[in-house]
Every structure is written in structure tokens, then in C-alpha cells.
Design a protein around this ligand. Sequence first.
Ligand code: AMP
Ligand code: FE
Ligand code: FE
Ligand code: ZN
Length: 288
Amino acid sequence: MTPHEQVIDLHTHSSMSDGTQTPTELVAAAVAAGIDVLAITDHDTVGGWAEAERAARAAGLTLVKGVEISCHYDYSSVHLLGYLIDPADSALATELGRARESRATRLERMVERMTSDGIPISYEQVLAQVRPGATPGRPHIADALIEAGVIQHRDEAFADWLSERSPYYVGHYAVDLARAVRIVRAAGGVPVIAHPFTRTRCAGIPDSFIEQLAAAGLGGLEAYHRDHGPAEVARAERLAAEYDLLLTGSSDYHGDGKRNRLAENTTRREVLDAIIEQSSGATPVVRP
Ligand code: AMP
Ligand code: FE
Ligand code: FE
Ligand code: ZN
């Protein structure tokens, strides 16, 4: 009899950022999808951890606590996953707080630009889409447009109005990528670049910079992700072999907010074990 291969999904969002399900609903959806180990990785917040932990314990699911940190490399936005970080670390907490504050004022400015161009939307309508304490993002503008009946799915808003090339686009504060790698390590966590070679990005991260990040403490690359085609996966595999990095795979599930389905990409057990091994233990994995 072959032993049951564990299903491990290390990148998902709840309504503490731009996912559409509460942490409790996310855990239930993960169980229903046959997942054994789930990571909750909301944008710039650990605010969903406590609720996810309660739900995971009740459901018998193993939970890896994480975060997806908004970073910048040059002028492009890069997301860094930080697994099993100590949330009390002050440098980390400061950076997450700065990103969240900047995200709120930036959304208001985007909405101002949209309304002055005649798009029927108000900042109040957008705020109504953000759960108290959650990290606000462009998807919440899309949700307000859906609620108002202007569009049917977030995709439609991201195709033009909300894209980085849109005249309505306003950026927000994001920490330097190399600094974020060091901060995650100093906070006892394991830094993994989320979808590093996403094709929609303006400028990519060059191989030489991945080498520098590895020297700074980068733990891995999220190779297996729907934003990567065969060329991007091959590149991640080559870089991982060269610089001794882990390779993860994840869904980047956002509930109904994105087409990504839970466990559509997964991480190998040995890779999860290495992540746990590398972490300081300040934030242990929640085991049922
Ligand atoms: P922001 O965090 O405000 O920069 O918005 C970026 C977020 O929008 C990403 O984390 C994605 O989850 C989401 N997003 C990007 N493109 C799309 C899309 N086409 N459909 C739905 N959500 C998207
Ligand atoms: Fe997101
Ligand atoms: Fe991301
Ligand atoms: Zn994500």
C-alpha cells in the first residue's frame, strides 16, 4: 500500500487581505479540497492567524503561519512570502504597518482619479468591501464595482482600470526586497519569493540579483504557480540548483476573487520539512 501523499499548499489569502473568505471559511475550503497542510499568507498582515489557528485545530488541519510582504525591486513590485516569522519582531511589524497605511491612502487616491473621470464609485463603497483590520488592496475597488453592478468579476477591473499601466494607478510604500529578506530571517522566518517570474511584471529580477538575495538569506523560490509557464519553472529550477534554494508550489488562492483553485500547485513534504527546520521555532507549525 502506498502511503498517502500529503497535500501541501503554502500560499493562500483570507479576507484579512484580498481573499473573499474568512480565515475560518478558508480552512474549511482547504479541508474540503483534501489539503493536509495549509499556509495562510495574507498581504502585509498576520491578522488572520489567530482565527485560522482556531479553525485549523477544530478541523484537524496542519497550519503554517505566514505573510506575503509587498516589496520592491527597482521600480517593480515583488511579493516575498515569510513563513513562520515571529510577529512580535519590531522591524518586521514596522514594515508591515507602513505598507498597510500607505495602501489605504493610495486606494483613496485611485478612487479620486476614477471618480473624476466619471466612473461611478466612491471611497465609502470601497471601504465597505474591506473587513475591519484587513489590508486594503486594488481588489477591494473591484469588489465595490461588482457590488455596484458595473462589472461581474475582479478580472474585468484588472484588465484596464486597475492595472499598473492604468492612468488611475497609484503605487504604495513597499520595502526593498533584499532588506525584506534580511528582516524575515532576523524575525526567525523563512523568506521565499512568491511567483518570482510572473510574466505581467514590468521588469524581471535578473539571475545575478537572485544570487545576491541567496547570499542575503533567501530560502526559496515559489516555482510552481499558475503565473509561471514551463520557461519560468525551468529557470527557477536552475537557480535553485545553483544557489541552493528550496522550490515551493502553491495555489495563491483568493476565494472567488481569483480563478486560482486550492491545491492546484503543491509543495513537497521534504521542502516543507526544510522550511520548518530553517525557522527559529518562535512561531511553530500548528498541528492538529
Ligand atoms: P494590490 O495589492 O493593491 O497591489 O493589488 C494586487 C492584488 O490584486 C494581487 O495580490 C492579486 O491578488 C490581485 N489581482 C491581480 N490581478 C488580478 C486579477 N486579474 N483578478 C483578480 N485579482 C487580481
Ligand atoms: Fe492578492
Ligand atoms: Fe502575490
Ligand atoms: Zn498571494
